[in-house]
Design a binder for this molecule. Sequence first.
Ligand code: SAH
Length: 350
Amino acid sequence: MLVEAYRLIDELENNKRLSVNKWLRLIKAFNKETAAYAAEKAIRIRREIYGDDVYIRGLIEISNICKNDCLYCGIRHSNKNCDRYRLDINDILECCKEGYRLGFRTFVLQGGEDPYYTDDILVDIIKAIKTDYKDCAVTLSLGERSEESYKRLFDAGADRYLLRHETANELHYKKLHPDNMSYNLRMNCLKSLRKIGFQVGCGMMIGSPYQTDENLANDMKFIEEFSPDMCGIGPFIPHADTPFKDKSAGSGELTCYLLSLIRILKPNILLPATTALGTVDAFGREKGLLSGANVLMPNLSPVAVRKKYSLYNNKICTGEEAAECLVCLKGRVKNAGFHIVESRGDIKLI
Ligand code: SAH
């Protein structure tokens, strides 16, 4: 069994593809030994391309107002206990100013699907950031929009777009989302973003409710075929004010194993050690880096709203993951054997 898993990991390294059935066997083979074997390869591969560099992104959570009702998410529309806020252009530029001073050269604007952010408003925000900070990249993570809308945001200067596919299995998608949301629409959004020219990121939660090993195998096959520039994966963590409040959290160790497999599959991919990974394990982000991740996304939102952007319970948002404590984070990254660099951190073409 162990030998077979090692062989599959070698095959993945050599061929950069596996059949769904082999992906499934590799996922089922997850244990300490296979994880260590995959991590060693992943680290070697990332060092060949990115050296010890770790890219940082300043995460600005621009709004927790959302028209959607994803069953897992703490800022879902139906959550009446959520204290709603939104940032305007001045608030966002203030965050960028502080972020630039701290050394960030990528700003990620993430939020719920808040109708306030029309194309016109977003275009103004993007142009303002790109005018003031010419050496910075702007990443958007604002959910599903029309292709025309994505095009306008791209033309305004946005560089990258993160839209997790959440699951590459339509039946599983239906268990995580209300009836009015559509698996095909989400997948089509990803295709539009790619077509328009964004650097695109997809991704999924690990251990989301009803997720099977088969679902994860489909996710890996999807990542293989879609070949994103970035991939965000993190453990599912329940939120008390959602229908999934009693579901158990996903595993940090399995997340790390999958980070390693994604690195082996796509050697130059931009792969964050996510906040969710840092939440289920105090050393989650270090472990993520040691599994092949090469990106960190510290929180740059105004301190007053940070606790309100609560996708899941106990989200780390006042400690070392916060942008202000970049000095602490730099120390932790250094202890793990890497170093944070001050650059846009674009994908390296190989
Ligand atoms: N509205 C945007 C941003 C969503 S928040 C969009 O639709 O893309 C970013 C990611 O957080 C989501 O894509 C989801 O994968 C993750 N997330 C949401 N709730 C979570 C939870 N309870 N546990 C872990 N991750 C969660």
